[in-house]
Design a protein around this ligand. Structure first.
Ligand code: DC
Length: 244
């Protein structure tokens, strides 16, 4: 097999597994573009709440379908903190999309076929345009359907999981560290609910791709996860360098 100059890594798994921390660390190490696909579903949720497409548990499906093609969702690098922040129609929404309320609605919105189709197409476009132009070595994207639907031919697929209490604690700490109001029991309930919704939805349910590597990071530090990753990454590199 010949040398490769553009890699795609898919990271899927349960909510609050530390997928984004893990994927960002890999992006930094390998000089890849990191794309947070969950932020895109959150952006749709925020838009729907603000524009009353979602109200009192009801979705105005017609308006949603009409507006989807014109929604602009982008990630822009904030030079001050090095974070690629989420923009919806040119407005920075990075903080607003991290609340428990938006998490809940994002899960609901992500069940809708038209929403998924639009997000998948944006995700493929982003990885092609930005990923290939910025002198990067590829793309790493995290989400729920990246290895199964968005990039079924990814060079490496990782499926992450962790104990539910550990995940709830992580999400709670994340919210508190951002100065957002949080209640542990509410956060845990939200994690359980989202697991259920992600796994049981009709459209692209959360599944481990048959060729994905399983990573349970319940008791692993970020450094240990990185070591786990690099050991396996080396094998993939060898394959492309003519090792077999
Ligand atoms: O990863 P996250 O918690 O930010 O994702 C927010 C919601 O979007 C979550 O309920 C699952 C959904 N999602 C999805 O359905 N597919 C993706 N590729 C990413 C997220």
């Amino acid at each position: 097999m010949s040398r490769k100059d553009f890699f795609i890594i898919a990271v899927d798994g349960y909510s609050s597994c530390g997928k984004s921390t893990f994927a960002k660390a890999i992006a930094g190490e390998l000089n890849l573009l990191y794309i947070d696909s969950g932020a895109m579903y959150r952006a749709v949720a925020l838009y729907s709440l603000e524009n009353r497409i979602y109200e009192d548990g009801r979705i105005d499906a017609e308006r949603l379908k009409n507006v989807l093609p014109s929604l602009t969702i982008e990630f822009h690098l904030n030079e001050k903190n090095g974070i690629r922040e989420t923009f919806l129609n040119n407005r920075n929404i990075e903080d607003e999309i991290r609340t428990v309320r938006v998490s809940e609605i994002a899960s609901t919105m992500s069940k809708i076929k038209e929403v998924r189709e639009r997000m998948v197409s944006l995700q493929r476009m982003m990885s092609n345009s930005t990923g290939r132009t910025d002198g990067l070595n590829g793309v790493i994207m995290d989400g729920r359907d990246i290895g199964t639907v968005v990039f079924p031919h990814a060079d490496m697929k990782i499926f992450m999981t962790a104990d539910v209490d550990i995940r709830a604690k992580r999400r709670y700490d994340e919210l508190v560290s951002k100065g957002l109001a949080a209640d542990y029991d509410e956060v845990r309930k939200n994690v359980v609910l989202r697991d259920h919704q992600d796994e049981t939805r009709k459209e692209s349910p959360l599944r481990k791709a048959s060729d994905a590597l399983l990573l349970d990071n319940s008791h692993m530090s970020v450094d240990e996860q990185m070591k786990w990753f690099l050991e396996r990454w080396r094998l993939i590199q060898l394959k492309y360098e003519g090792g077999n």
